[in-house]
Design a protein. Sequence first.
Length: 360
Amino acid sequence: MLKKILLLLCLFLALPTFSQKLKPGFDKQEYIELLKAFSRWGDSIFYKGIPESKIYKTKYRSEEMGLLNQWELYETQGHSVICIRGTTKEQMSWFANFYAAMIPAQGQLQLNDSTAFDYHFADDPKAAVHVGWTLSTCFLMRDILPKVQQQYEKGVRDFIIFGHSQGAAISYFVTAQLKHYQKTGILPNDIHFKTYCSAAPKPGNLYFAYDYEASTQMGWSFSVVNSADWVPEVPISIQQVNDFNTTNPFKDARKKFRKMPFPQQQLMGFMHTQLTKHNRKAVKRYQFFLGKIVSKMIEKKLPGFKNPEYYNSNHYVRTGNMVILKPDENYYKEFPDNDETLFVHHNLLPYLTLAQKLPD
């Protein structure tokens, strides 16, 4: 009898940490298992070299919706996982990435002739986000929210939100929207959300980042980045003087110049114009090509979708509590830089390889 008790105790102690109640803080094994589960979105070529997760099993896979977006629900002991698919090879899926103008982080999108969606990713009126991934999130949330409510009725109180690449970008917004639903009473406050954004591009501006990081700080959201990967460096960021906080030295610069002696006034005014006008023009070009032009293509695919008003900024910043995967000499031997294979450092296997080298 004593031997049986000791055996059961050993088995209990041997259970992995992610089978217990979710805890704040980056968990190496938790992240690795999520990568393994995510890898099964693709075929055997996609997950070559990556073992199947023994922890997470798919209980639900949504239909494709919006810009060919899709998500899965995993269940395991103690918590469920909302897993967001990344970019596929289809043109429509890439539209979500290239539709890269900024819009306010709270508002409404007209998805089609009969459906509008109210989204709220940040409280700060200066917060702005990527319009393509916002559109994707609005479609997905209409399916995700009922499933979270169903899981809650089954007794689930802990959820992990996970995505890689485009899926990671959308995961920021799914997290923010679910937390907003808690604030407004649509979801109960005793639900815990923990987020892993893997290989995420930049989702929005600094004020969105501030808002998101404040709401998920103390170990409830992580952005895992391979420092050799170019995807976390996009979209391209253009900072203007109006992207600063209200109190700043640039806002009334021209008024200050007028108080200077005539030659200095002219020189400083000229320099100010030269240093600011090109950024303003660049933002307008980005809004035109990666906003209006792409939106016309999307409108053909999504009848009834209405292009929203843009936020006058392109100041994208990386967001979240960063976990940096730093390649070493052995890594580059296995995954050498290759101009012909642009995603050599972005794929799952490089991330898994580096994550396994992290300290426990």
